[in-house]
Design a protein around this ligand. Structure first.
Ligand SMILES: Cc1cc2nc3c(=O)[nH]c(=O)nc-3n(C[C@H](O)[C@H](O)[C@H](O)COP(=O)(O)OP(=O)(O)OC[C@H]3O[C@@H](n4cnc5c(N)ncnc54)[C@H](O)[C@@H]3O)c2cc1C
Length: 387
């Protein structure tokens, strides 16, 4: 094994990868300019994506030709952690509902207990008015309650002997890092620190609202319900007229409501958005009205719950790093000044979702062991740690 491995970045990709390697017996050090626990004003750092995830384990808004393999590894690992009652992990019955017939994405085949919505007499199907034709499906998904899961993950990393050093790296620092193996999990910092072969550097802005003290939404068998809901494009769309979705994930500390997927380019402050009239201003943030209005209609009509603009709502705005819609996720390796650099960035809207899959992929490259062997070893180490 290499003496020491340096992981750049302390977002979910960096912490999960470093933890994986640490538990497999490597000596790792995370070098990062920021950590999630450092930051009290999230909206100042929209590009530090791990401040914001909703965080469902569904491969939304991410592009990779390895998606199926990475997702399935990640999902299997999350379910094992869930069995061990790792902090913050729950399962949701998640609906994806449309007011028009929509193509079914490939990931539907990978989700547990998938079923098309056929029986709209089911009272729990999110809908904003009765007697409206609806399409879509429902499946089980893992949900990571971010305020519990991410601190527990970081604590486990430190408890396993991993260290975190604060330093903002520049490109010229890479050759001087005291390690032969470097894992680059620097998110949008990636193309500044390393040459990036992608011509596109796409990002997607997302608005979120936290409503505190809201109840868990459950069905009559006690399962937690969450949803994505896409109305007709004349109700909510981007400037090109494509329909947009809103969503709601209940957590222990309230609801996380979204969503927007406003396209932009890294380093620019221009967004593919609709007109100013479609916004509420909350805490000086222009917030798409539909996120509140549509969620309110759905929550009221389906579950008898209310969400109003005037209520205590905390808005945040973060950026998903899509990179490219061809091959967004960068998971390759190169040699720089005699060091092997493994890249792990460009996870779009699915960095939590793919966190274990990409970490296991890198561990496989380093150890030449199979994924199932590595997963068993990791689970044993996590069990020993008492998490
Ligand atoms: C609104 C929104 C909702 C989302 N919802 C979900 C969801 O439901 N499910 C899901 O799976 N994903 C979701 N995501 C996506 C997810 O948040 C990201 O994919 C993920 O957080 C990316 O993590 P990362 O560790 O790769 O990058 P980041 O979190 O951006 O971390 C990068 C790290 O690198 C460090 N760094 C950068 N440059 C340097 C440098 N020069 N020197 C030293 N350190 C550096 C930074 O300080 C940081 O620690 C959502 C994102 C947004 C914005």
């Amino acid at each position: 094994m290499a003496d020491k491995i340096i992981v750049i970045g302390a977002g979910v990709s960096g912490i999960t990868t470093a933890l994986t390697l640490q538990l497999l017996g490597y000596n790792t050090e995370i070098v990062t300019d920021k950590t999630v626990s450092d930051i009290s004003h999230k909206n100042k750092y929209p590009e530090f994506a791990s401040l914001f995830p909703s965080a469902s384990v569904i491969p939304h808004s991410v592009y990779s030709n390895r998606l199926e393999e990475l997702f399935k590894q990640s999902q299997a690992f999350f379910y094992e952690l869930r069995k061990r009652t790792f902090p913050g992990l729950t399962t949701h019955k998640h609906f994806e509902v449309f007011e028009f017939e929509a193509d079914r994405p490939g990931y539907c085949d990978w989700m547990l207990n998938f079923s098309p919505i056929v029986d709209l007499t089911e009272t729990e199907v999110p809908q904003r008015s009765d007697n409206q034709p609806l399409y879509g499906w429902v499946f089980d998904c893992i949900f990571a309650d971010w305020s519990l899961y991410f601190p527990a993950l970081t604590a486990l990393y430190r408890q396993s002997g991993g260290t975190i050093t604060k330093q903002k790296l520049e490109q010229e620092d890479i050759s001087k890092l005291p390690s032969e193996v470097i894992i680059n999990c620097s998110g949008t910092g990636g193309p500044l620190l390393f040459d990036d072969p992608s011509e596109d550097q796409l990002i997607m802005r997302g608005h979120l609202l936290h409503k505190s003290e809201a109840p868990l939404i459950t069905n009559n068998t006690g399962e937690i319900i969450s949803y994505n809901y896409m109305p007709q494009p004349d109700v909510y769309s981007d400037v090109d007229g494509n329909a947009c979705d809103v969503y709601c994930y209940p957590r222990k500390d309230g609801w996380i409501l979204g969503g927007s997927r406003q396209a932009g380019k890294l380093g620019q402050q221009q967004w593919n958005t609709s007109s100013d009239g479609d916004y509420y201003e909350i805490d000086d943030i222009k917030f798409p009205k539909q996120i509140i209005d549509l969620n309110n209609e759905i929550l009221d009509n389906t579950y008898g719950l209310s969400l109003e603009y005037s209520q205590q709502l905390t808005p945040t705005v973060g950026v998903r790093y899509i990179r490219s819609t061809d091959q967004g996720l960068r998971l390759d390796q190169e040699t720089i000044s005699g060091k092997t650099v493994y890249h792990n960035y460009g996870h779009g809207g699915a960095g939590v979702t793919l966190s274990w899959g990409t970490a296991l992929h890198i561990a496989q490259q380093l150890t030449s062991r199979s994924s199932s062997e590595l997963q068993d070893l990791l689970q044993q180490q996590i069990a020993k740690s008492g998490s």
